[in-house]
Design a protein. Sequence first.
Length: 381
Amino acid sequence: MATISAGSPRSERLADLSRDSLSRVVNALVEVPGMTRAELGARAGLTRSPVGLALAALDDHGLIEQRVEAEGGMGRPPMRIYLAGEAGYSVSLELGADTLRGALFDLRGVEHHALDAPIADPRTVLEVAATVVDGVIAGAGVDRDAVFGVGVVSAAVGDWPGAQLATALQHRIELPVQLENDANLGAIAEHRFGAGRGCDDLVYLHLSPTIGIGLIINGRLYRGVSGLAGELGHISLGGTGPLCDCGNRGCVEALAGARAIVGDVHGSAHADVGTVVREAQSGDRRARRALSDAATVVGEGVAAAIGLLNPARVVVGGELAAAGDLVMTPLAAAIERRAYPASAHAARLVVGELGPRAELLGASTLHLPGLAASLVQRMLD
C-alpha cells in the first residue's frame, strides 16, 4: 500500500471523506463486484460527490480496478469497478474422508496456489490443516499479513466437531477461521462468480454426495435460525421407503443420494458415485436409469422449494451435475410436473459454471465483511 504524506492531494481527499462514506463504498464493492458508479452510489446510499472521493482514495491506495467491459448492447459500455485482487487473500480448506485440499484465492476469485495432503488419522487433522495453510501461502509467494482469513468447507472431521476445529485451528495459525456447509458455499460462489451472477434470488442445488440446497434471497445467503436452512435431503416424500441417517423414512437423500445411486447400480453403498456418472456417460443403461430415477426424486423436492421461494434461477452443482443432460433432463421434467406452474416458469434451471472448485471458492469469501472494515482502517491509519 502506498505511503501518503500529510498535506498531499491524496491526504486531502481522505480528510474530505467521512469514515462512514468510505465504509459504505468499500462494503458495497465487497458485496457486489463490478458495479458502475451509479449502481455503486445507489447501493451505498450516497451521492456522486462522496462516491467520487471514496473511489479516488481507493485508487490512490491501489485498492480498486476500473475497466470497461463489453456487454453486447448498443452504445458505449460502462466503466465497472472492482476491488483489486491483490488487496487481500484468503485460504480455503476442503476436508474429505482422507484428504485435505487447500487453495489460496485473491479478491477476484483467482486461485494462486493449491495443494492436497493426506489425512491418515482424523486426530492429525489440525496438524495437517496448519501445514496446508502455511504451504499454500508460501507457495503463492504472498505476504502472510495480506491473508485475511481461512474458510473451511466442512462442519466436522472424524471426532472433531466443526466449532472445535475452527477454534483450535484459529489458535494454531493465528488467522481468523470460519466454517460453512458445502451447499451454502456453492451458492455463494455461483452467485458471486458463476452461473448466478446478477441474480439475487436463487437456489443452488448441491448433488455431491449428499443432497442440499443453498439459498440466496435478496442477494444474501439465507441460513435460517439454526443455520439449517436448505436441508432438502431430509425432506420426507411420503414417510415410507428406506431409513435415512436422520431417523426418518423416505427422505430425498435416502432415496436419491450417492449411496442409493451406487447401491442401485453396483449393490454396494461404499462405491464411488463418480464411477456411476462415468458409466452412464459411456452408455450403461443401468447407470443411466439410476441417475434418471434419482434426478426425478430430487426434482420433486426442488419443486416444493420453487413453490415456497419463487427463485429466478436454480443452479445445479456437485458431482451429479457433471452428468449433464442425463441428470438435468429428468430433473427439469420432474420440476415442471410437480411445481406450481407460474413459479416453475419463472425459475431458470442451469448447470453451475464453477464445477468442483465452487465450494473452495465460496469459502474464500467468508471473511469479506471483516476485510472491508480492515481496508478502511488501514487507509485511515
